[in-house]
Design a protein around this ligand. Structure first.
Ligand code: AMP
Length: 203
């Protein structure tokens, strides 16, 4: 059990909506600690039990089971706290891809104090598919390797992940047009973050 919940901003959206692009930039700003669930899953040795589970689900465009994912997230964050990389008393978490559905949000509620959910919205699915296909080649992402798998991932998002937006109070949700240039998306996110109490403190 943690003594105080970690203050967090969630970056939420379909695969290819630009969550990682934004999260990586925000994570470079002092007092923000970036955690991308998919990236951390991908870094696990695939010979381990957890690595095998990740491959089993991600190769089908499906989600890793909720309890396993949240426990994995909790352990990783705890390690970052112990390593003094993430300092919960002064830092904010920027979470990309976790929590990913209402059940994960419920499980994580005891650990995180969600200040805003940035929903990177892109209703034109073909745009996401095109972005994902480009990324598959550039970043060697196996889960985006086939168009069939990409559509499966988008279906998983629609059916299982999108309901997360109903879990949090509507005033926490910020809908952002993800088809804008990355810098415009960033500006919108930052505009909300700087308004947040405690997020702007001098170093
Ligand atoms: P991403 O890089 O966020 O698109 O994640 C790649 C894959 O990792 C997903 O398709 C899932 O199989 C798995 N994954 C990442 N984050 C989660 C999560 N929060 N819950 C379950 N599975 C996840």
């Amino acid at each position: 059990m943690v003594s105080a919940r970690y203050r967090a901003f969630l970056i939420f959206g379909a695969p290819g909506s630009g969550k990682g692009t934004q999260g990586k930039i925000l994570g470079k700003i002092p007092r923000f600690f970036f955690f991308a669930c998919g990236d951390v899953f991908r870094s696990i040795d695939t010979r381990t039990a957890l690595g095998q589970q990740f491959v089993k689900y991600s190769s089908k465009g499906e989600l890793v089971p909720d309890e396993l994912t949240v426990e994995f997230w909790r352990l990783r964050i705890q390690q970052s706290v112990e390593a003094h990389e993430f300092k919960p008393d002064i830092d904010f978490l920027i979470l990309d891809g976790v929590p990913r559905n209402p059940r994960q949000a419920e499980l994580m509620q005891q650990f995180i104090d969600v200040r805003r959910v940035f929903h990177l919205s892109c209703p034109i699915r073909e745009k996401l598919v095109a972005r994902l296909k480009k990324r598959a080649i550039k970043d060697n992402r196996l889960d985006d390797a086939s168009e069939q798998l990409i559509w499966r991932r988008l279906e998983t998002y629609e059916q299982q992940c999108k309901p997360l937006l109903n879990f949090y109070p509507p005033e926490l949700i910020v809908n952002i047009d993800a088809t804008q240039a990355p810098i415009q998306v960033l500006m919108e996110i930052i505009t909300y973050i700087v308004r947040e109490k405690d997020a702007v403190i001098s170093l």
